[in-house]
Design a protein around this ligand. Structure first.
Ligand code: PMP
Length: 410
């Protein structure tokens, strides 16, 4: 498949609809991506042809559903360079991070250790550490963000110099300011300071938008969401190193995750099944596999190149709209296509409402990253986020819609 955005758009049925009689301009892919027909067909085929529970039946439908589910795991693992044994399907990206907090952190950290995350994190990579901290008695620390939207690496180096950072949790790409963090370098520095450190990467924004692999990130765990990368909602992924996952106790208990159950004690299944209690998200995982097929056929380098091309036009175009301030790095090479901006004198909620009337879908608010938004000196922004199906023409529609909002409220 070559990267022809007009051809790609034909695969996304929702792009055929209008909103308030205007063509839909979907700029909210950082929240969730649109879905290609190929993925929808894969999910429909599960319900129309292969309906069965997995890993439990000898009948044909169950064997087929199990094979498709296992195949989806292989595809997803390959996509991020992970071992399929250590690729766990979760409910979403949030649950993947909670799994590490409740299973690994609770059992491997102690009062002398520091859990280091960053001020830039989504709440999903902050709150789980806060939840387990009182039980562990460890210290929490956060790398501050600089006004330009990049991490303060001097502060980072100072904290890791203590040698006490045993868990580093960092996002590969910010969902608010788009910053691509130097995760591999940070991981290397953290390992030099403490060889026992475990590096957890929140890949919810990077896996859908740029080539992302466990090895290149120098990570021990990589968490991401299916619904942001052309898959259905209801499925996320925790990919990790098998030798670490093998040391982890179950997070949730129930069917499928056991070897044997007696009345008052149980033994547990091997990985990854130990972490998939109960009936898994069968159709969603297969759908995610189809989403991964779509992205793999396009090539993640091409997806990234398309978004850089969009950024090269969107950043100057937005800067030209009077009163607009775009947050985060200004160099498209070090940022993703999530563009948070503020407009002098206008509340993001009002901007979002007027943009919707123009058919433009953006997100407004704190984007589940309140500490980051506060560090920007704000409590709310408007975010336009682009993906592989967006065109450069849509940038002009966005800018005109912002001007329309300014006119409306002037
Ligand atoms: N981390 C980041 C950077 C995100 O953007 C999101 C989703 N907004 C999450 C984590 C949480 O993902 P999910 O909604 O799939 O739980």
């Amino acid at each position: 498949m070559t990267f022809d955005v007009m051809e790609i758009r034909k695969d996304f049925p929702v792009l055929r609809r209008t909103v308030h009689d205007k063509p839909l301009v979907y700029l909210d892919s950082a929240a969730t991506s649109l879905k290609p027909q190929q993925m929808i067909d894969a999910v429909v085929a599960m319900y129309t042809t292969h309906t069965a529970n997995v890993h439990r039946g000898v009948h044909t439908l169950s064997v087929e559903a199990s094979d498709l589910y296992d195949e989806a795991r292989r595809k997803v693992a390959r996509f991020v360079g992970a071992d399929e044994r250590a690729t766990v399907f979760t409910k979403n990206g949030t649950e993947a991070l909670n799994l590490v907090a409740h299973s690994w952190a609770r059992t491997h950290l102690g009062p002398d250790d520091i859990v280091l995350f960053t001020e830039m994190e989504h709440h999903a990579n902050m709150v789980p550490w806060q939840l387990v901290q009182p039980d562990i008695g460890c210290e929490l620390a956060a790398v501050p963000i600089r006004p330009d939207g990049e991490l303060d690496l001097d502060a980072f180096n100072e904290i890791i110099r203590t040698g006490r950072v045993k868990l580093l949790a960092v996002s590969a790409m910010s969902n608010v300011v788009g910053t691509i963090n130097p995760v591999a370098d940070m991981a290397e520095a953290a390992r030099r300071a403490n060889p026992d450190v475990v590096v957890v990467v929140d890949g919810a924004q990077s896996v859908p938008h740029m080539p992302t692999s466990l090895a290149e990130l120098n990570a021990d765990f990589l968490a991401f969401s299916g619904h942001k990368m052309l898959g259905p909602s209801g499925v996320g992924v925790l990919a990790g190193k098998p030798e670490i996952m093998e040391t982890m106790p179950p997070f949730l208990g129930g069917g499928d995750m056991i070897l044997d159950v007696k009345l008052y004690e149980s033994t547990f299944n091997e990985i990854p099944f130990r972490f998939e209690a109960g009936t898994p998200m069968i159709e969603q995982a297969v759908g995610l596999g189809a989403g991964v097929d779509y992205l793999s056929a396009l090539g993640m380098d091409n997806v990234r190149a398309h978004e850089i091309a969009i950024l090269e036009q969107a950043l100057p175009a937005l800067a030209e709209v009077e009163g607009v301030t775009v947050h985060g790095p200004s160099d498209p090479k070090v940022r993703g296509a999530a563009l948070s901006f503020t407009v002098d004198g206008l509340h993001p909620h009002d901007i979002g409402t007027i943009l919707d009337r123009e058919g433009v879908a953006v997100r407004t608010g704190h984007h589940c990253a309140k500490p980051l938004i506060r560090a920007l000196g704000s409590n709310s922004t408007t975010r336009a986020s682009f993906y592989l199906y967006n065109t450069t023409d849509e940038i002009a529609v966005l800018c005109d819609a912002i001007r329309a909002a300014q006119d409306f409220f002037s």
